[in-house]
Every structure is written in structure tokens, then in C-alpha cells.
Design a protein around this ligand. Structure first.
Ligand code: G6P
Length: 608
């Protein structure tokens, strides 16, 4: 979602800010801006659209002529107000002295706005953020100190925020403060940075400080002081940056998405190596503090692609563990009459660890004394605060907005964790465990085989790209794969794709079928295959082009068939996600879409 950078030091400030924003681009945004604390006054430069537009504004204004040792920058994903220049950050106070960038949502912004307007303050944007600028500026008039003005104003703000703020009269410091939105400080030699996420600082600093909720950092060129909400100095640890600069390189691939799809066999190998040893599942028990005897019910909450991974877990775990598993979209979970108690294990799944809906759901689960675990790709993210057990996904940083390798890593985690549960609950024999582990270990090679058929998959995708809508259908373990396939295609190609349990097609969606509506069927071994084939016949009878994806082709009715290696049905979601990712990728490529940064989407959505 939105991204923040701040810089104080001797380098060209605009360049530093721009480079930081560039590294955050992947999060998805629709306007951008920077502010410099110049000798004469605060200078603000903004543009709607992509960073290239901001670059043009900076060049046109000869940004290099401004003398400044500090500045703040922002990329905005519009929530309150369209992605216009007025609504883009940074936002400036009416006296032109206080400027800030903000991630999150000020929930009571309407009341604040009204209060300030009653005092005669003029507003210039539709954003929630602007209320905070004027609030801080009014407070500054009273106390004459930026730090105090911010501290005094914070209790009036409801919602989630990470603010980075400068005042023209205090040209030696940047103030950074957070609540429910991530913010880090990068510590350098005679220079310091602020950022919403580590990639902004890659190659710049090797040590960072993670700010926690209700903490404020006073960032100067040669020192950083972190204080609590009452102004008491805190002793915060400097942590090593645990991320390589090459994660934000495409390494020769045309898009990050393709690079990340192709990384999947390596990720699986790494995960298996870490968790499968001597025919057993091993894990760092310190991080998994589940009281297994108490687990009578499992609930998994997640959003988007993570939700589809959770749906696979339900199917697999219910078969392996004979334990009811409930899946909820995190945004809906909060409206349920919750039947949670201390015998429930609630698992939150989030690639980014910053998804507001999922975090809110876990906060609710806490109230019911449920045991809470999270699966996340970012063990430094906000979500880990709400869990007693944390499972890292180990997928490496995912840059493409459309999740691919993190989905694979989530599936991998669900498979090994399912076996761990089976082990802990005495629900699996040694021979069954050995056979399942053997299956898992063979997956990377099988995925490599699918990846070697990219050319054929591309030719199928090129045909799909000519249609404005498609239907995915499946039965059994791959129904979640069908949902994920439709989501992936929609996200990056903007083709309207819907997924259905194949048996449901005849109860309504079949009305859509004709020669313009391709139907893609996901086949797996076992009892579902024959019925799914009948559903394909039904589609064919309505002249729909039919594409099959799965093991050996069992009929000639298919217009195209993408063959995948044969595996036991319960493992096939690990394989089947690869062709559907490639189909989406190549369809979007055919349509010349902005694959890594699709319109309107953000990598992590930090608002509910
Ligand atoms: C956004 C992204 C999706 C992602 C979802 C959940 O909507 O665009 O790709 O699946 O958030 O994200 P999370 O980080 O919680 O897995």
C-alpha cells in the first residue's frame, strides 16, 4: 500500500528519497510526492500516477537547486479521495511550515476536520491525513516544539498511522511516530533514514530500529532518540538488516512475477530441508507454543491469495487429522457469532503480515482466549505481535503485487504443519508419514517439469487473452486452486474470471456458456475425475472452448490440455498452482498489462 521514506544527511535529499520510493513501488500506488526542508521554505513536489511523473516534476523544477539536508517522501494508494495532486502526500500546513506523510487511516478525521474548520482552518484535499497536519500545526502554534506538538495531538487521533513529520523552524530533525502501521528507522554514518518497509533502505544502511506502536523517533543526522508516548526515552535495539539488495532485481526475467513463479521449486527445497529430517517433521518449538491437547477446533483467517491457501489447508487437514477446520475471510470473521474459546487454535495467514483485516480478526480471537498462530513471510511485521506461535514462510521478499511464490510457501507450510499436528496428536503411522514426506520431497522436481512447458502454456494463454471472461471449475482438493486461478487472472489481465465447484456449474453459471466463454477444468486423481469430465462434456455441448489442466489426458474433448505430473490428489494443489499462475502471467503479457503493478491493487492492504 502507501510507502514512506525520510532522509536526513549530507547526500542529495531528493535523490535519496526518490531511490527509496522506487524500491517501494512494488507495493502498489497511484500518486507520489516529496518535501524538502529547504533553507528558504518547505518545498513540496507531487504528481498523480507513477514515479516517472514525479521525476518529470522534479526535473522541471530543477530540484537540485534546493539546499536541504532533510526530506520526506511518499507513494499513496488512494483511500480517501481520488489519486490527484491535491490528495497526494506530503501534506503541508496552511502556514507552509509543517509537512507530513502518513500511512494508515485516521478514523475520526471527519470530526477533526469539522472541529478545525470551525476554528477557521482551510482544507485543500479530501484526505483523512490533512486533518492531522492541521491538528499538529495548531498545536505547534501553542507549544512551539514539533515533538511536543505531535505528542500532545496523538491522543486525539483514532485509527492507524505512521507519520513522518518535519517543521521548517526545526531543520535538524524528522519526527517519526506510529500506531498500527509499520515504520522503521535506518541508521547510517552521519545520515539516518525513515521508511515504512526495509526494501526502501536496501543498500543504504545495514542496521535498523523497528518502531513499535505508540513510539516516537526523533531522527537527527547523527543520532536517533526513541521515546514512548509520554516522552520517556526508550532503549531500542539496533537490528541487522536481514535482506539482500538482489531481492529487488529482476535477475534477467521480464517481470518479477515470472521470476517469482520460477523460484518456487527452490523455495520448496529450502522449506523441506528445514522441516523434514529423518522421516519426521522438525521445527523450532520455541516459536510454536501450541498446547496440542487443547486443540479441539482450528479456524484459519486470511485474505486474498492467503485465503485460498487456507482453503487448501482445510481440505488436506480434515482428511489427515479428522479435525474440523473453519476458514473465514478475515474481513467477515469479525461479524461472526464467534464460537471461539481456549480450545480453539486460530491461525492467521498473511504474506505481508500487515493486512489490516487479518490483524483485526486476530485481535478479536485474542479476546476469546484462543491460541493464536500466524504464518507470515515477514517475521518482522505487525501481525506477529498478536500470536504466541509464528511460522515463517521463508519465501523471500515478494515484489510482484500478484502473490505466487508466497502462495506456494503458504501451501508448503500448511502441508508440513499438518503433518506436525498429525505427529503431535498421534494421528499418523510411521509408514504413512514416510510416504507423505516422500511425496512432498518429489514436488520441486515435478514443478520444474511444469515450468519447462512454459511455451505451450503461453500459447494457451494467448488464446484465453482474446476472451473477456472465463470460467474455472474443479472438484475436491483443487477447488481452492480454481479460486486462486480466477483471482490471479483477474488481478493482472483484467479478464473477468470466475471459479465454481464443477458440480455447481449446472445450477446457474452454465447459462453463461457459449463459444465466447472458455471453461478451464482442474483435474486431480481419484473419485472426482470422472464427474469433472462429465462437467466438461456439458460445457462442450454449449460450444464453450474447454481447457483441461491435470494428469494424463483422459478424453479428446479438450481444445487444449496442460499436462502436469501425476500425484496423489491431496498433494496436487502444490503442482496445479503453477500452470494457473503461468496462464495468468502469459495472458496479461499478451494484453500488454502492467504485470507487476496491476491497476488499483496494493501488495499489502493496511486498511479495513
Ligand atoms: C492484497 C494483495 C493480494 C494478497 C492480499 C492478502 O489484496 O493484492 O495479493 O493476497 O492482499 O495479503 P497478505 O499479505 O495478508 O497475504
Amino acid at each position: 500500500m502507501c510507502g514512506i521514506v525520510g532522509y536526513i544527511g549530507n547526500n542529495a535529499v531528493a535523490e535519496e528519497l526518490f531511490a527509496g520510493l522506487k524500491n517501494l513501488e512494488y507495493r502498489g500506488y497511484d500518486s507520489a510526492g516529496i518535501a524538502l526542508n529547504d533553507n528558504a521554505k518547505i518545498e513540496v513536489f507531487k504528481a498523480s500516477g507513477k514515479l516517472a511523473n514525479l521525476d518529470a516534476v522534479l526535473q522541471k523544477n530543477h530540484v537540485e537547486k534546493y539546499v536541504s539536508h532533510m526530506g520526506i517522501g511518499h507513494i499513496r494508494w488512494a483511500t480517501h479521495g481520488a489519486p490527484t495532486i491535491e490528495n497526494a502526500h506530503p501534506h503541508l500546513s496552511n502556514d507552509g511550515n509543517l509537512v507530513l506523510v502518513h500511512n494508515g487511516i485516521i478514523e475520526n478525521y471527519k470530526e477533526l476536520r469539522q472541529e478545525l474548520q470551525n476554528k477557521g482552518v482551510v482544507f485543500h484535499s479530501q484526505t483523512d491525513t490533512e486533518a492531522a497536519v492541521h491538528l499538529f500545526a495548531e498545536e505547534y502554534k501553542k507549544c512551539g516544539s514539533l515533538e511536543e506538538a505531535v505528542r500532545n495531538s496523538l491522543p486525539k487521533l483514532k485509527g492507524a498511522f505512521a507519520f513522518v513529520i518535519m517543521h521548517h523552524n526545526e531543520p535538524d530533525k524528522i519526527i517519526a511516530v506510529r500506531k498500527n502501521a509499520p515504520l522503521i528507522i535506518g541508521s547510517g554514518q552521519d545520515e539516518n533514514f525513515v521508511a515504512s518497509d526495509i526494501p526502501a533502505l536496501l543498500g543504504k544502511v545495514s542496521q535498523i530500529i523497528h518502531l513499535d506502536d505508540d513510539e516516537m523517533a526523533i531522527v537527527q543526522k547523527d543520532k536517533v532518540v526513541v521515546k514512548d508516548i509520554h516522552g520517556h526515552i526508550l532503549n531500542k535495539k539496533l537490528e541487522k538488516v536481514d535482506m539482500q539488495a538482489d531481492v529487488i532485481s529482476k535477475c534477467g526475467y521480464a517481470h518479477f512475477m515470472l521470476k517469482e513463479i520460477c523460484e518456487q521449486p527452490a523455495i520448496l527445497r529450502k522449506v523441506w530441508q528445514k522441516h523434514i529430517q529423518n522421516q519426521q517433521i522438525v521445527t523450532d518449538d520455541a516459536k510454536i507454543a501450541v498446547n496440542w491437547d487443547k486443540v479441539k477446533k482450528v479456524v484459519i483467517v486470511a485474505c486474498g491469495t492467503s485465503l485460498h491457501a487456507a482453503m487448501v489447508a482445510k481440505k488436506v487437514w480434515e482428511e489427515w487429522l479428522h479435525l474440523p477446520v473453519q476458514i473465514e475471510a478475515a474481513s467477515e470473521f469479525i461479524y461472526q457469532t464467534n464460537l471461539l474459546d481456549e480450545n480453539s487454535l486460530v491461525i492467521g495467514v498473511s504474506q505481508s503480515g500487515e493486512t489490516a483485516d487479518t490483524i483485526t480478526a486476530l485481535k478479536l480471537a485474542q479476546k476469546f482466549q484462543a491460541q493464536i498462530m500466524v504464518l507470515t513471510n515477514r517475521i518482522d511485521s505487525s501481525i506477529v505481535r498478536y500470536a504466541s506461535s509464528v511460522v515463517p514462510l521463508d519465501a523471500g521478499v515478494e515484489i510482484s503485487v500478484a502473490a505466487t511464490k508466497s502462495y506456494m510457501a503458504q501451501l508448503a507450510a500448511f502441508y508440513w504443519f499438518g503433518l506436525l499436528m498429525a505427529q503431535k496428536m498421534n494421528k499418523i503411522s510411521a509408514s504413512d508419514m514416510a510416504e507423505k514426506l516422500q511425496n512432498l520431497m518429489q514436488m520441486p522436481e515435478k514443478i520444474e517439469e511444469i515450468l519447462s512447458h512454459q511455451e505451450y502454456i503461453e500459447s494457451v494463454a494467448q488464446k484465453l487473452a482474446h476472451h473477456s471472461a472465463v470460467v474455472y471449475m474443479a472438484r475436491g482438493f483443487n477447488l481452492p486452486t480454481a479460486y486462486e486461478a480466477a483471482l490471479k487472472l483477474k488481478e493482472i489481465s483484467y479478464i473477468n474470471a470466475n471459479a465454481y465447484p464443477a458440480g455447481e456449474l449446472k445450477h446457474g453459471p452454465i447459462a453463461l456458456l457459449d463459444e465466447n466463454m472458455p471453461v478451464l477444468a482442474l483435474f486431480e486423481q481419484g473419485q472426482t475425475a470422472a464427474k469433472l469430465l462429465s462437467n466438461c462434456e456439458e460445457a462442450k455441448a454449449r460450444h464453450a472452448p474447454v481447457v483441461g489442466i491435470g494428469g494424463r489426458k483422459a478424453s479428446d474433448i479438450f481444445d487444449d490440455y496442460i499436462e502436469t505430473p501425476e500425484v496423489e490428489a491431496c498433494f496436487s494443489p502444490l503442482l496445479m498452482c503453477v500452470p494457473i499462475q503461468l496462464l495468468a502471467y502469459f495472458a496479461a503479457k499478451t494484453l500488454n498489462r502492467e504485470i507487476d503493478q496491476p491497476r488499483n491493487l496494493a501488495k499489502s492492504v493496511t486498511v479495513e
